[in-house]
Design a binder for this molecule. Structure first.
Ligand SMILES: Cc1cc2nc3c(=O)[nH]c(=O)nc-3n(C[C@H](O)[C@H](O)[C@H](O)COP(=O)(O)OP(=O)(O)OC[C@H]3O[C@@H](n4cnc5c(N)ncnc54)[C@H](O)[C@@H]3O)c2cc1C
Length: 467
């Protein structure tokens, strides 16, 4: 076996782009991509089942390559449905996510075309369920009982389905409960239904509402989450606020950064401009700030401030926001700030008891479907990804201190085992690094880490080749 066998587990944006950078390294490599669940190169996000689901990031910020800012924009302008839109407008477009998936296919084809003639690529459509380490290599066990050997493995496993939200375990098997909100099934066959409950009030809830209405659902949509509906629309996209950056301290502590952010938010909101510009200005510094906070500060942030951060960070296009407000005004969408207490299946419906935070009392609704839109489960011990669970059980990986993902080196993504030792053969990237980098979810962030990881791997292999 050569020393250049690299297995990438997961074929979404992160897995595919890791492979793209490896292909660009100019090295003769054996790249094995093991992907299951969603089509290669699209992953959960860009495999949308309708072109109504839009990117939540402007086109200008969606280049797959950090250092080629216009890469996606240039491609978009060549697409017949966008060719007539001038570039200064196109930068602000929220394109369909399916179209972004097409763009990623294009990126992949180009990378394969230019690969080293001795490089082999093998895409295996299987689930990886375990990795066993021996003296010579890493043995990846697949669900079909086959074993793949590799010298280096990248865990690009991405978004896991949302965690359990209902106490009553037997209800989880109900055909009225949809635990994976990214499947077409959860918004299909809905014309005859009267009431649907969506758990979660974030971006996946927005997709789901659109999916339901597109499929002819005419009834009432309830949404529930502890803070209720707080999403805001994208606005003032062309404004760039840099003043806060000039005032960032040399060393960060949470209190100081918080007071600074609050002061700048106040000065912008006082003149009628949105607070989100302050958060946008901090985006390039977020990972740096996060890493310099103490454990207690991070814990405090997650508990007390992350909700406000998320609202300002994850916004929705104006026209989608208006569509949601319209549904609310018509009484077709009821947003609840509260928590589910129980869900009891009846023959034709589910009786849901919940604590209403606003009314300070228990309430009951009857719905025919519950869709879990609470976001990817990040806790390794609770997530549904068998591979990650097995690796954690064997101590090969461990949760970061806050249980937001995998503990790893912030620069390279090399995972840290249960004894605290860095593994220079197993790496991770993407959302798995949430606890380490905080913001490593959307393309503007994940493309940076993926590149860093791939460059680290290729430098390591080059060094080996010289020795
Ligand atoms: C619904 C949704 C919409 C989003 N929209 C945007 C957006 O508009 N803009 C933006 O910048 N970001 C968006 N994001 C963030 C998104 O997570 C990233 O942009 C990016 O798609 C993440 O890619 P990934 O490769 O890390 O994960 P994923 O896309 O989740 O891909 C991981 C892949 O690995 C597979 N896999 C996992 N475990 C195994 C295993 N053991 N064996 C084999 N295969 C495995 C999965 O099935 C999947 O195919 C969105 C996220 C979601 C969930």
């Amino acid at each position: 076996m050569s020393n250049n066998n690299i297995a990438v587990i997961g074929g979404g944006f992160c897995g595919m782009m890791t492979a793209v950078y490896l292909l660009q390294s100019g090295l003769p490599l054996n790249i094995i991509i093991i992907n299951d669940g969603y089509p290669f190169g699209r992953g959960v996000a860009y495999n949308a089942h309708t072109n109504k689901y839009l990117l939540n990031v402007r086109a200008i910020n969606m280049s797959a390559f950090e250092d080629e800012r216009y890469h996606f924009l240039d491609w978009l302008q060549l697409q017949p449905s966008y060719a007539h839109i001038p570039k200064n407008i196109l930068v602000n477009v929220y394109a369909p996510r399916t179209m972004y998936g097409d763009y990623l296919q294009h990126v992949w084809q180009q990378a394969v075309k230019n690969k080293h003639p001795l490089t082999n690529i093998n895409i295996i459509e299987q689930k990886a369920v375990n990795i066993k380490e021996n003296a010579e290599s890493l043995c990846i066990h697949l669900a079909n009982n086959k074993i793949i050997d590799a010298d280096n493995v990248v865990l690009a496993t991405g978004n896991t389905v949302p965690g359990n939200i209902i106490q009553n375990k037997s209800f989880l098997q109900s055909d009225k409960y949809f635990t994976n909100p990214w499947t077409k099934e959860c918004v299909s066959n809905v014309r005859h239904l009267k009431n649907i409950l969506i758990v979660g009030n974030g971006l996946t809830m927005i997709d789901t509402v659109q999916g339901l209405t597109e499929n002819g659902f005419k009834g009432k949509i309830y949404t529930i989450s502890p803070n209720g509906f707080k999403l805001i629309p994208h606005k003032y996209n062309l404004l760039v606020y840099e003043k806060i950056v000039e005032e960032l301290p040399e060393e960060y502590n949470l209190r100081e950064v918080f007071l600074l952010v609050r002061r700048h938010i106040k000065s912008l909101t006082d003149v009628g401009i949105g607070a989100h510009l302050v958060i946008d200005a901090l985006r390039p510094y977020t990972q740096q700030i996060w890493q310099s906070l103490s454990f207690d500060e991070k814990k405090y942030f997650v508990k007390r401030l992350s909700h406000a951060w998320t609202i300002l960070r994850h916004r929705i296009p104006v026209h989608i926001y208006e569509m949601i407000q319209e549904l609310r005004m018509q009484g077709r969408m009821i947003t609840i700030a509260g928590k589910i207490i129980s869900a009891i299946e009846e023959p034709n419906a589910v009786t849901v008891n919940y604590a209403d935070n606003k009314l300070q009392k228990e309430e009951t609704i009857s719905v025919e479907r519950i869709i879990n839109c609470t976001g990817p489960e990040t806790d390794l011990h609770r997530c549904a990804n068998e591979l990650l669970k097995n690796l954690a059980a064997a101590g090969i990986i461990k949760p970061d201190a806050l249980h937001l993902g995998i503990d790893a080196d912030a620069i390279t993504g090399a995972v840290i085992n249960s004894y605290g030792k860095k593994n220079e053969h197993i790496y991770t990237t993407g959302g798995n690094l949430k606890g380490i980098l905080w913001e490593n979810t959307a393309v503007p962030d994940i493309r940076v880490h993926v590149k860093r990881l791939a460059l680290h791997l290729s430098a390591k292999l080059k060094e080996k080749a010289v020795c």
